[in-house]
Design a protein around this ligand. Structure first.
Ligand code: FPP
Length: 251
């Protein structure tokens, strides 16, 4: 028994393993990315069933531009197709879709589609789904620092008043519940410049499952793993144990 609520409020996922999944089937990498769309639908369903409030997916990192041109092109096409096909369903499911990252790098028609999808689903709040594109955790911290510097320049803020809370308010996802659970599929155990600020106290779950094979049972295993952790946020185990009866009796 721990004081960790059984269901994380906010889950983030590095969807890794599409290329290896495709290679095992003697197909191009783009085949794996396309198969990854089904896994996205699975986790959205799973989050809705479990009452998870926010889901943040790493779809394209600021470093992914370094991939072969044809793979980058295939991913862009996939995003356009996914936007055209999936947004109606997300709208009906009560999902609010948002893109985070430096969207300025995408071509105008794709950007327009992204903004249209965000506007169409803006009234939903059953699940906040954030798709990180051209995103990097360091970029996120830098853009927050720039906004703070601009506020200082305008005389709205004193540099000595900038603290974690002030800067945090300018990072992506600041208005959502803190990140509780960070999942990475595909067997690698690293964060790869995703949500560096937001993951400070997230529980990490790594699985060998390749992203296209990730389904609701895999999500449940990750949630069960999360629920078994003791989250201490800097306190000792004894302090957490002493606080527990009060918390439990308050429920
Ligand atoms: C990493 O696997 C995956 C990506 C860079 C792309 C993720 C995109 C999707 C899952 C497409 C669907 C998403 C949305 C939101 C429509 P990898 O290519 O690095 O795999 P590997 O490690 O096996 O090579």
């Amino acid at each position: 028994m721990t004081s960790t609520p059984a269901i994380p409020r906010h889950i983030a996922i590095v969807m890794d393993g599409n290329g290896r999944w495709a290679k095992a089937r003697h197909r191009p990498r783009s085949f794996g990315h396309n198969a990854g769309r089904k896994a996205v639908r699975e986790v959205v369903e799973g989050c809705l069933r479990q009452g998870v409030e926010a889901l943040t997916l790493f779809a394209f990192s600021s470093e992914n531009w370094r991939r072969p041109q044809d793979e980058v092109g295939a991913l862009m096409e996939l995003f356009v197709r996914a936007l055209d096909k999936e947004v109606d369903e997300l709208l009906q499911q009560g999902v609010r879709l948002r893109f985070i990252g430096d969207l300025a790098a995408f071509d105008a028609p794709l950007r327009k589609r992204m903004h249209a999808a965000m506007a169409r689903t803006a009234g939903n709040d059953r699940l906040h789904m954030n798709v990180a594109v051209n995103y990097g955790g360091r970029w996120d911290i830098v853009q927050a620092a720039r906004r703070a510097a601009a506020a200082v320049g305008r005389g709205e803020l004193r540099a000595e008043d900038i603290d974690e809370a002030t800067l945090g308010r300018w990072t992506s996802l600041a208005e959502l519940p803190p990140l509780d659970l960070f999942i990475r599929t595909g067997g690698e155990c690293r964060i790869s410049n995703f949500l560096l600020w937001q993951a400070a106290y997230a529980e990490l779950h790594f699985t060998d499952t390749l992203w296209p094979d990730f389904d609701q049972a895999c999500l449940q295993r990750a949630i069960d793993d999360y629920a078994s952790r003791e989250r201490r946020f800097g306190r000792t185990g004894e302090q957490v144990a002493r606080a527990r009866p009060t918390q439990d009796s308050a429920c």
